[in-house]
Design a protein around this ligand. Structure first.
Ligand code: SDX
Length: 430
């Protein structure tokens, strides 16, 4: 009977037994924690393509089936039936809230949406044409300089307060970054508005006239936020975990996550995808573009396509595609050329052998920009909106890690291929 509880690693005259750990869902895991101590060996896995860096109970992705579960609940069900703040509660505390719990959580978040008035001065130091992600990294990191009563990561109550503050204040900070780039005055949050409506109001209201948020738009924004809320150990979440493992305060860790998300291979892809669709411009230019995207020497990739885990259609992209049709229709935008190019590009790519063989499908970033552009956002605000949404995922994963009694600082090793030891040579001898 094959041993399914241990893996045996045999090399030279050594043979090591490595325990097999069983997950609730997903592949079995070979526990290599004693590999170096017992076998004087490292593993080598740049990009962590086959490495589980932690245990987690928060989010599960089945890349082959294209499934995404938040605490076991399928993303499609949550996107159609839940709300972003209810999803925040679910990700943070592990279960869906009852009515009283949701109301209490909603009230706690609502009453933390304002930022310290002196944080306004930080914006003055930035150029008006700064990318809002640059501003967000700076201002969120600077929250460590203000909220001294929620910096102690060893105090569960302070961790809870920091979590609420970050979820509550990120939309305010992102909206302030947007207003600052426009040269318009900051708009304060309004406690009478729900989370998504408040964000839209802070972005698009001006002091000179009443701004009424369209319920259908705030519903679409709320759904976009749910779709982006968490995604297991992606690059920015892993950044937050690694920063948190050193004991850094929560605001510094989330600022690190925002910085990592900015990259075009990650959260920056929603901006890059829309800019690429605009550059293609019309359906007849798609074949030439597809040719370039398949030619490595072109340096061009189809942005919003492909994924490290999904080797099937990203379930979030499916919901996003449906939402794009709804929002454009609501905004009275018909025959939107960018959406037409996106749909035709998807159709052609999904029939092309290169994309089929490499299992490249649209990901969460392929359609999101079309919706956000229709709502009136510039492309520079796409990744900040991703950051607002993902903040709860980063925080839930950070809290899970900090509460783990076995927490150790993250410190990977390496495969050293540099020069062996050699002696210093005086400059006259070189
Ligand atoms: C997000 O991890 C997450 O969960 C992230 C995220 C989240 O919610 O947190 O889902 C959010 O970041 C989504 C991904 C957004 N990025 C993009 O859309 C940028 C374009 N896509 C890629 O650059 C790429 O697909 C990645 C970065 C997303 C995944 O890269 P991998 O898993 O490291 O795959 P790879 O780069 O090794 O590519 C595998 C092959 C390569 O060809 P070969 O070397 O095997 O011949 O596929 C090719 C790549 O050249 N390829 C693409 C492609 N993506 C991969 N070719 C053309 N266009 C693409 N988009």
């Amino acid at each position: 009977m094959a041993d399914t509880k241990n893996a045996t690693l045999t090399f030279g005259d050594k043979s090591l037994n490595l325990p097999i750990l069983k997950p609730t869902l997903g592949p079995d895991v070979v526990d290599i924690r004693k590999l170096y101590a017992d076998g004087d060996l490292f593993t080598f896995d740049p990009g962590f393509t086959s490495t589980a860096a932690c245990e987690s109970s928060i989010t599960y992705i089945d890349g082959d089936k294209g499934e995404l579960l938040y605490r076991g609940y399928p993303i499609e069900q949550l996107a159609n039936k839940s709300s972003y703040l209810e999803v925040c509660y679910l990700l943070l505390y592990g279960d869906l809230p009852n009515a009283a719990q949701l109301e209490d959580f909603n009230n706690r978040v609502t009453r933390h949406t304002m930022v310290h008035e002196q944080l306004h001065y930080f914006f003055r130091g930035f150029r008006r044409d700064s990318h809002p992600m640059a501003t967000m990294v700076g201002v969120v990191g600077a929250m460590s300089a203000f909220y001294h009563d929620s910096l102690d990561i060893n105090d569960p109550w302070q961790r809870e307060v920091a979590a609420i503050r970050l979820i509550a204040k990120l939309p305010t900070i992102a909206a302030m970054a947007y207003k600052y780039s426009l040269g318009q005055p900051f708009v304060y949050p309004k406690n009478s508005l729900d989370y998504a409506s408040n964000f839209l109001h802070m972005c698009f209201a001006v002091p000179c006239e009443e701004y009424v948020v369209q319920p259908a738009l705030s519903k679409a924004m709320d759904r976009i936020m749910m779709l982006h809320a968490d995604h297991e150990q992606n690059a920015s979440t892993s950044t937050v975990r690694l920063a948190g493992s050193s004991g850094a305060n929560p605001f510094a860790c989330i600022a690190a996550g925002i910085a990592c998300l900015w990259g075009p291979a990650h959260g920056g892809a929603n901006q890059a995808a829309l800019e690429q669709l605009r550059e293609i411009g019309s359906v007849d230019r798609i074949p030439e573009f597809i040719r370039q995207a398949k030619d490595k020497s072109s340096g061009i990739r189809l942005m919003g396509f492909g994924h490290r885990v999904y080797k099937n259609y990203d379930p979030r992209a499916k919901v996003m595609k449906e939402s794009a049709d709804e929002v454009l229709d609501l905004m009275g935008i018909h025959n939107n050329p960018t959406l037409q190019v996106a749909k035709e590009l998807e159709r052609i790519a999904l029939e092309d052998e290169y994309f089929v063989a490499k299992k490249l499908y649209p990901n969460v970033d392929f359609y999101s920009g079309i919706i956000l552009e229709a709502m009136g956002f510039p492309t520079s605000m796409f990744t900040p909106i991703f950051a607002i949404s993902r903040a709860v995922g980063w925080i839930a994963q950070w809290k899970e890690m900090i509460a783990d009694p076995t927490l150790k600082i993250g410190r990977p090793r390496q495969l050293y291929i540099g020069p062996a030891q050699r002696d210093y040579v005086e400059i006259k001898g070189r």
